[in-house]
Design a protein around this ligand. Structure first.
Ligand code: QAP
Ligand code: CO
Length: 185
């Protein structure tokens, strides 16, 4: 399968998304110690699966892999090539890959209606930090640090939670959390 990214063909395989309450979603993911072409391939397939869904973020535990990896893109627009087709054109795509991320500084608060590919159909408001600094490695193992705010900040915090075995339902009020937990179990 392929996704047309403004004449750049993203090749990849569609990975199976594990849904809540799959136990892999509650595990603490392991640090990545091996970098190179296999990791690049995995990230490409994760991005491919995310764009296909469509979603804006996907963490490795969501594809059944308990490793500290997530991908995201909060900028892209996806349009059908022709109405009703399953071929898409992506515009303004800005794929990002985070290996062994650590959120360093968090300030302020921001509320946003979040969803999750592993909890289909549920969209609820969650409080997060507004501004963050995140340190992470790229697929070569090189170290980076970025500041994030807005949707990027929210998305990084949501995906980083997955690496600690936390699904966004855990961040809702007790009443809502229990309601949705019951619904999925
Ligand atoms: C996490 O979520 C996120 O229920 C990424 O039926 C969400 O991509 C970060 C999705 C909001 C920041 C803000 C959910 C797709 C996608 C669904 C997603 C669904 C289809 C969720
Ligand atoms: Co999620």
């Amino acid at each position: 399968m392929g996704l047309n990214l403004q004449n750049y063909e993203l090749e990849g395989s569609l990975l199976e998304i594990h849904e809540y309450p799959d136990p892999v979603l509650t595990e603490i993911a392991k640090e990545v110690k091996s970098f190179g072409p296999e990791l690049v391939d995995l990230c490409k397939n994760m991005l491919y699966t995310m764009y296909q869904a469509p979603g804006i973020g996907l963490a490795a535990p969501q594809i059944g892999l308990s490793q500290r990896i997530f991908v995201l893109d909060v900028d892209y627009e996806r349009n059908e090539v022709v109405e009703g087709s399953d071929e898409y054109i992506l515009e303004n795509f800005n794929p990002m890959m985070f290996i062994n991320p650590v959120i360093k500084d968090k300030t302020g608060t921001i509320k946003y209606k979040e969803g999750c590919l592993s909890v289909p159909g549920v969209y609820e408001e969650v409080n997060r930090s507004k501004d963050i600094t995140v340190e992470y490695q790229d697929t070569n193992g090189d170290q980076h640090s970025i500041n994030a705010d807005g949707l990027l900040s929210i998305c990084i915090q949501h995906e980083n939670d997955h690496l600690d075995g936390v699904v966004f339902l855990e961040r809702l009020s007790t009443l809502k959390r229990n309601f949705f937990k019951k619904k999925f179990k």
